[in-house]
Design a protein around this ligand. Sequence first.
Ligand SMILES: Cc1ncc(COP(=O)(O)O)c(C=O)c1O
Length: 389
Amino acid sequence: MREVYLDYSATTPVKKEVLDAMLPYFTEKFGNPSSLYRTGTDSKDAITAARRQIADLIGAHEREIYFTSGGTEADNWAILSSAKARLKKGNHIITSAIEHHAILHTCEYLEKNGYEVTYLPVDHNGQIDLQELEASINDRTTLISIMYANNEVGSIQPIKAIADIAKKHDLLFHTDAVQALGNMAINVKELGVDMMSLSAHKIYGPKGIGALYIRKGLMIPNLLHGGAQENNKRAGTENLTGIIGFGKAAELAGRDIENHIKNISKLRDYFINELFDKIDGLEINGGMDSRLPGNVNIAFQGVEGEALLLYMDVRGISASTGSACSSATFSASHVLKALGHPLERVYCSIRFTVGDFTTREDIDYVVAELVAMVNKFRAFSPLYEKKGS
Ligand SMILES: Cc1ncc(COP(=O)(O)O)c(C=O)c1O
């Protein structure tokens, strides 16, 4: 049976070049980067090189990249520390209703501790309204955190315009770019963001390593306290192998990004066209204009998403409903609900994400399997009435 992985937004396999770059740092090049002898300084140099590779991918300076344990820690650091640093000025934060839980749950924690949070709504396409954003700013606002691209429906926000609004009102602006990294050309200087969260495992790097970009000159308190690593900003012995892998993955992602985007978008469009051609009663979640290249989020009318997922798994196909975290809890996607869709559409939705190892043959297999499964489900579904029948 064919195995088809269509969940690249959840995580990606480590590329061979990435693994090859990492391997020596588990064994002969194992030195602690803080040690003063050769194996230590070699590790430190390797970390500097990786930092440069990541900085290059987002147009930053290498000293603006601080390694973390992943996107979640980067998000927590950015939100908690800037909220705390600016508390004298105010206690109000603006974010969106469709952020990842790493942002939403951090904001909820702050709310329990006396902060106020505005969760901006989004339209049917998953876009925030810039006028609404500006109108929600008050004299207690200190921080805006809006994700670059959404993990469920792939909607891309107007980051430069948001950064301009933040600057105009003297607010800090953080963006969670975990899903955007490697899928869009990013330049932090052109965008004008203050902080940006990144993660390696979405760009064919290892899990458990990420980074926070902090604009030069911006001082935010540390999240973790301890040793002097990361220029005294993030304590803890560095995840050496992870950092090397992240650096290599970033280098590979930046090598031919325009072509990558073109190829992935083409494959996504082929997938969508094939599905709509062969199955009726489908709806796309999220707009097509400003969308991540690999994202296909589809509602299959009259078919329960979780059941379809299990059937797909039996046939070797991996996809998801909602984000990886909420898909394990079978809760309705907060993102699809925020897009204004009724629950029956939310529960019928599946997110597929295509990536570097997806082929047209994979798509053909998945479409053929879906045709059979959807027909079977609908034949037994009291919820589905075929149009015209
Ligand atoms: C948008 C977004 N932010 C943050 C994260 C968390 O990143 P990590 O898994 O590296 O902690 C994810 C992971 O799914 C994500 O999609």
